[in-house]
Design a protein around this ligand. Structure first.
Ligand code: UTP
Length: 292
């Protein structure tokens, strides 16, 4: 196996976002904003900060605004320039990657996360790559994916971000069976999708940051749709255990599940408090203005 530097990241964004209806009836879930940036913007920003150069969106029908977000907004920029609104212009142009570095492929039907990743196979090529689920937003001094990349550079193989979840909630997550554990890095021996708490091999769950070897595409290609007519990423990852190193990393920082209403509101509060412009006033509002 030849190991490469990780240059590419896949962002599956073709889901239906049903838990956020009616907000997501017309607008993609990944365009919901945490403070002033859409979820997809936070994810691409995290990738870019960690040195990822090519961004592959796996997109679906009616969601092309996600691609437009990473293009120049010509008329807006022109108007801002004419009005001398330099700060606005800077914000509008933030995170427009170099020409050709954002690629979009289509997933014609939302057949699951595994299928979405497989749709990116030609754009990914024969290199290890990162996967971001932008519902999972991590507030941290260091980009979460950057921590995974550091582990990958040392150990090679597959690396996933993990965190402890309450025992009684294992049936909502992809859960790890683990071997060696130094408190930060764990050796992955097995993966089980949504096990009952009684059968769960641990309470360590995978969250939406992965470094995967390109061989995952061969396993995804052979998979038949399972429960809910979806092709699971976890099942294909499980097939790679034993063939290459596979580690889970307890990342630093706090993760918010922005695919749920509560997690999304919590993320807005936490990122708002961390924002230099609005943080102090928000803190005051939360501590005083809502106390009565
Ligand atoms: P989720 O399961 O959280 O998103 O998938 P969803 O299906 O859109 O949301 P709900 O459950 O109906 O509310 C995590 C990510 O994977 C993408 C989603 O767009 C989301 O960003 N995804 C999911 C795909 O790209 N294709 C799929 O078939 C499924």
């Amino acid at each position: 196996m030849t190991d490469h530097r990780v240059r590419r990241a896949v962002f599956p964004v073709a889901g239906l976002g049903t838990r956020f209806l009616p907000a997501t009836k017309v607008m993609p879930k990944e365009m919901l904003t945490v403070v002033d940036k859409p979820l997809i913007h936070h994810a691409v920003e995290e990738a870019a900060a960690a040195g990822i150069e090519e961004f592959i969106l796996v997109n679906g029908r009616g969601k092309s605004v996600l691609e437009d977000h990473f293009d120049r907004a010509f008329e807006l920029d022109w108007a801002l320039e004419n009005r001398g609104k330099e700060e606005g212009l800077k914000r509008s142009r933030a995170l427009v990657p170099p020409a050709g570095n954002v690629v979009s492929v289509r997933q014609q039907a939302p057949l699951g996360l595994g299928h979405a990743v497989w749709c990116a196979r030609h754009a990914v090529g024969d290199e290890p790559f990162a996967v971001f689920l932008c519902d999972d937003l991590v507030l941290s001094d260091k980009p979460c994916i950057g921590e995974l990349l550091e582990v990958h550079a040392e150990t090679g193989g597959n690396v996933v971000a993990v965190e402890e979840v309450p025992r009684d909630q294992t049936n909502r997550y992809g859960i790890l069976d683990i071997g060696d554990d130094d408190g930060r890095l764990v050796d992955v021996r097995g993966l089980v999708e949504k096990p009952d708490p009684a059968d769960a091999p641990s309470n360590l769950s995978i969250i939406g940051r992965y470094i995967l070897l390109p061989e995952i595409m061969d396993h995804l290609a052979k998979q038949e749709p399972k429960a809910g007519n979806e092709i699971q990423l976890t099942d294909a990852m499980a097939k790679m255990i034993g063939n290459a190193p596979f580690h889970g990393l307890r990342f630093s920082g706090r993760r918010f599940d922005c695919g749920s209403k509560l997690g999304f509101i919590q993320a807005n509060i936490a990122f708002g408090l961390a924002d230099a412009e609005i943080g102090p006033a928000l803190d005051k509002f939360l501590n005083e203005d809502t106390a009565s």
